[in-house]
Design a protein around this ligand. Structure first.
Ligand code: AMP
Ligand code: GLY
Length: 432
């Protein structure tokens, strides 16, 4: 039963959660929106409460006290820790997945075995808990070879080894505990060539509703060089995800996965993010995430015309069969502004100037990813700090607007890439 005047609790504090707060706060169903712990941008759309996203006891107690009708959990860590299960046991409806469903992100080995069992296209692989055996298997694959810690490692548990020596070292250091418990088991897999894209769906455990596709830029510097990050920018739609590729992704990858989770008695409900490698129009699964991408969510929310809260409630209540979502035809693009030094050591506390000029550009929304207000001042408190997001008739126009806004932000402590969207813009040039 969908009521109105709902009390909603959003969990998380990044740019993804600011975009979700922005979309939720426009819902005609919303009564009051809380966010734990939130950030300075989210505070403009929600009442922020200083409870960390991983403090499950306090989150449940708070939700009870405030009579929360629906909880939306942004990041993977609380989902994998079982926050959905805790909320639901306390009688609070929440968008999943459950702890058992979140294993799709929480264990890479689990996903690989599921792919093998259901014939889902993915890279050839092996699972290991002993270095010597892992090294021997890696030698049967070509180079480069991909070495992954099984569990959650904040996006850092993947090493693409170009040489045997590098592969041996990576395997050894994972078993020596470089990624803690996440590396107690290691997955070794074949390297897939092609172009990456992210595909998002919403599911109630049975029905699967495609959301939209996006591409992000994981490397820190222009030209996709430098260290890996959580994502330096994204855009949607991703031209490489043609309708044909999207259809294959649904039929060969996502639907079989949702059916398999149901058949195992652990139905998957919530947002599912499929990381794909696409080559010659054929998608293969690289990984699943059990949540929206960050910063992909920011571009998706700008393009979503339908009410987000209605859609998320329908997923929770097994009502997706009758839901139809509407999207803007326009493209959206987001540029991540990060603290200088990110993803390595960076300073916290640098002051960010007034954002109203940037925010005033047509089609632009500035989402906060790591900010706090100290006195009257806006300060940077994270690695990724702002997500300057814009709509445009094309990826190229969205890019122009986003950088126009970036250039109006006075923040000497920050930096960004200047080429977000380049792959999409190249494709637009060839297929105007
Ligand atoms: P993951 O955390 O599994 O998404 O891996 C992080 C990144 O490593 C991906 O976004 C890809 O760029 C890359 N990667 C992971 N697995 C493979 C693979 N089998 N072949 C090529 N690149 C991969
Ligand atoms: N942008 C990548 C992620 O959210 O995992």
């Amino acid at each position: 039963m969908v009521g109105t005047n709902l009390n909603v609790l959003l969990v998380g504090s990044g740019g993804r959660e600011h975009a979700l707060a922005w979309a939720l706060s426009a819902s005609p169903l919303l009564g009051k929106l809380y966010c734990a712990p939130g950030n300075a941008g989210i505070a403009e759309a929600a009442e922020c409460v200083p409870i960390p996203a991983t403090d499950l006891d306090r989150l449940v107690a708070f939700a009870r006290e405030k009579k929360i009708d629906f909880a939306v959990i942004g990041p993977e860590t609380p989902l994998v820790m079982g926050l959905w299960d805790r909320f639901e046991r306390a009688g609070i409806r929440a968008l999943g997945p459950s702890m058992a469903g979140a294993v799709l992100e929480g264990s890479k080995g689990f996903v690989k075995d599921l792919c093998a069992e259901y014939d889902i296209p993915t890279a050839r692989y092996g699972r290991f808990n002993e270095a010597a055996v892992a090294i021997a298997f890696a030698e049967t694959l070509g180079l480069p070879v991909v070495i992954k810690a099984d569990g959650l490692a904040a996006g850092k548990g993947v090493i693409i080894a170009e040489t045997r020596a590098e592969a041996d070292r990576a395997i050894a250091s994972m078993f020596e505990g470089q990624f803690g418990e996440a590396g107690a088991e290691v997955v070794i897999e074949e390297f897939l060539g092609g172009e990456e894209a992210s595909f998002f769906v919403l599911t109630d455990g049975e029905h699967v509703l495609p959301l939209a596709g996006a591409q992000d830029h994981k490397r820190a510097f222009d030209g996709d060089r430098g260290p890996n990050t959580g994502g330096m920018g994204a855009y949607s739609p991703a031209p490489v995800l043609t309708p044909g590729v999207a259809e294959k992704t649904m039929e060969k990858i996502v639907k079989p996965t949702i059916a398999a989770m149901r058949a195992r008695g652990t139905p998957y409900m919530g947002v599912l993010y499929a990381g794909l490698m696409i080559r010659d129009g054929e998608p293969k699964l690289i990984e699943y995430n059990c949540r929206f991408g960050d910063p992909e969510c920011q571009v998706l929310m700008l393009r979503l015309k339908s009410d987000l809260l209605t859609a998320l409630l329908a997923a929770r209540d097994g009502q997706l069969a009758n839901l139809d979502l509407r999207w803007r035809d326009e493209a959206a693009l987001t540029v991540v502004m990060a603290a200088r030094g990110y993803p390595g050591m960076y300073e916290k506390g640098s002051v960010i100037g007034d954002l109203s000029k940037a925010q005033g550009i047509e089609g632009v929304q500035v989402f906060h990813a790591g900010t706090e207000r100290h006195g009257g001042k806006l300060v940077a408190t994270g690695g990724r700090v702002l997500n300057v997001t814009a709509l445009g008739k094309s990826v190229a126009e969205a890019q122009t607007r986003a950088y126009k806004a970036v250039d109006l932000i006075d923040w000497p402590g920050g930096f960004c890439r200047r080429d977000i969207g380049w792959r999409g813009i190249e494709r637009e040039k060839h297929n105007p």
